[in-house]
Design a protein around this ligand. Sequence first.
Ligand code: NAD
Length: 393
Amino acid sequence: MIIQPKTRGFICTTAHPEGCARQVQQQIDYVKAHKKLSGPVNVLVVGASTGYGLASRITAAFGAGANTIGVFFDKPAEGARTASAGWYNSAALEKAAAEQGLKSFSIVGDAFSDSIKTKTIDLIKAEFGTVDLVVYSVASPRRTHPVTGETFSSVIKPVGNAYTNKTMNFHSGEVSTVTIEPATEDEVRQTIAVMGGEDWGMWIDQLQAAGALAEGATTVAYSYIGPEVTHPIYKDGTIGQAKNDLEKTAIALNEKLSATNGRAFVSVNKALVTQSSSAIPVVPLYISALYRVMKDKELHENCIQQMYRLFAEHLYNSDAGSSHLIRIDDWEMREDVQAEVMKRWSEIETANVPVLADLPGYQDDFFNLFGFRTEGVDYEADTDPAVDIPNLV
Ligand code: NAD
């Protein structure tokens, strides 16, 4: 069939297998063109099929030659419906890993469930013995608690007061004003339950209890802080409360892992276009302005550049500090970058978006997420949407 993008707001309901495969190959080429990393050896990535998790898995496998297991929640193609992008990305990654002679396995299912944790731990024990790095990169709108059975939904809302600011429809470039009412106490509780640290802690506890963590194992989860202008909707909002909980979990996990010389980190990453970030009001306009400024200053990075830097300069650099909080948002937060973005923010409106922001860059990144607008792909060609993931367990 001919596969074209079909968007509904910030969602694209189709994905292109060849485009996704090429995007994955570009990330692989990026890490292979850089210095080989000194670790890790055996890696588990939870939330491994798109965005920061995919880039982490690629960095580990092709930057360090690590064996990897990726856990993710994606759907295969069915009839005329394409698979989700993460499915195609993982199929391409598995193929490339096999060609490289790496041990590599994919598990599709709900990472929040006990059954997927058990399945993953059994696989680690059978194939790797132990893992020495666990990356936790799940971003989800919902979670069902494995013990109580309660299903929580996360919301992106301010806490305390309503928040009004500029926002943008990134398809049309139209800038408007949006007001978001504050979350209720229960919405805060549910967002923490989905995006906070409880599930990360459960993974590490169960891996440790099963003897599936190597001596000196490292674990890392991802967070975002961002500039003051987005604080009410991010850092001080419901999602920020969840990220505070993630940080508390890192401190607790550090304690638990210290007995075996292990370490737990939260890495604060740069704002980038992913399926998760495009759903947050205000943020796409901020990212478009940020992209323009960072590209002009030759400081722009995508997920793969961020993850390579995380591994090379922090996780596998013996000179790195020991703080549980890693800042690879340092270039985004540089004073000159933020001063320029904020100057543009105060002036930005629909008419000057093409000058003050990088809307085409945002749009390209958005469509790239689903394998579209990728150089070298013939989007008019008849394409089979049914793709198998090799080594799917
Ligand atoms: P993403 O949407 O690209 O990736 C989410 C991953 O989680 C996918 O692999 C998906 O399959 C997986 N997933 C979702 N629900 C799952 C479930 N129930 N079971 C198993 N897997 C599941 O998101 P992302 O933007 O890469 O976010 C990853 C982390 O990075 C999040 O913690 C996010 O807050 C953080 N972060 C993102 C940004 C940004 O700008 N995008 C910046 C800093 C930090």
